[in-house]
Design a protein around this ligand. Structure first.
Ligand SMILES: Cc1cc2nc3c(=O)[nH]c(=O)nc-3n(C[C@H](O)[C@H](O)[C@H](O)COP(=O)(O)O)c2cc1C
Length: 159
């Protein structure tokens, strides 16, 4: 992560299943927390596995809650994505579904570099630390590009 960026990990583990009737009564506390974390961030980085050629149910569920008015926190939010799978393709299919969903939310999506981390079992140690130098460099390059993208979205640097 470039020194100008601080990483805060937002948990979606406690978010209940989306239900329009419940939504009309007001956002449940874990949803309020998640929406506020997205709203306060300069940019959102989504790291995802691939489930059955697409995005996971829990991620879609969190996005569905975040997509409801008022004050949609993803609107005009810089977003970067990367995917990690134990298979060789590294989530080649999930990313395009995720991009389509995030386009509907009016996010400002970083296009390049695209990062697909495949064969994950050989790239992380038992504690989950990323040990593959080449992959670390790819991710570093993406974070540098994301930092610049955030500044561009804020109008702080010229295109
Ligand atoms: C229900 C389910 C469906 C999956 N479908 C895919 C898939 O379509 N493509 C793929 O590359 N990996 C698939 N995987 C593997 C995951 O992307 C991931 O590599 C695996 O769950 C290991 O990650 P974890 O340690 O975070 O669980 C699937 C895993 C699960 C549990």
């Amino acid at each position: 992560m470039p020194k100008e960026l601080n990483l805060h990990i937002a948990s979606i583990a406690d978010i209940p299943m989306f239900n329009p009737d419940e939504c009309q009564k007001g956002f449940p506390p874990p949803v309020v927390k998640f929406r506020s974390e997205v709203a306060q961030a300069d940019g959102v980085l989504i790291a995802s596995p691939e489930y059955n050629f697409s995005i996971t149910g829990v991620l879609k569920n969190a996005i569905d809650w975040a997509s409801r008015k008022p004050d949609m926190p993803f609107a005009e939010k810089p977003v970067a994505i990367f995917s990690v799978t134990t298979g060789v393709l590294g989530g080649a299919r999930v990313q395009y579904d995720l991009r389509r969903i995030l386009a509907q939310l009016d996010t400002l999506l970083l296009v390049r570099p695209e990062i697909f981390i495949g064969s994950a079992k050989s790239k992380f140690d038992a504690s989950g630390e990323l040990t593959d130098e080449c992959t670390r460099q790819f991710l570093t390059d993406q974070m540098v590009a994301f930092h610049r993208w955030i500044l561009r979205c804020k109008g702080a640097v010229e295109i």
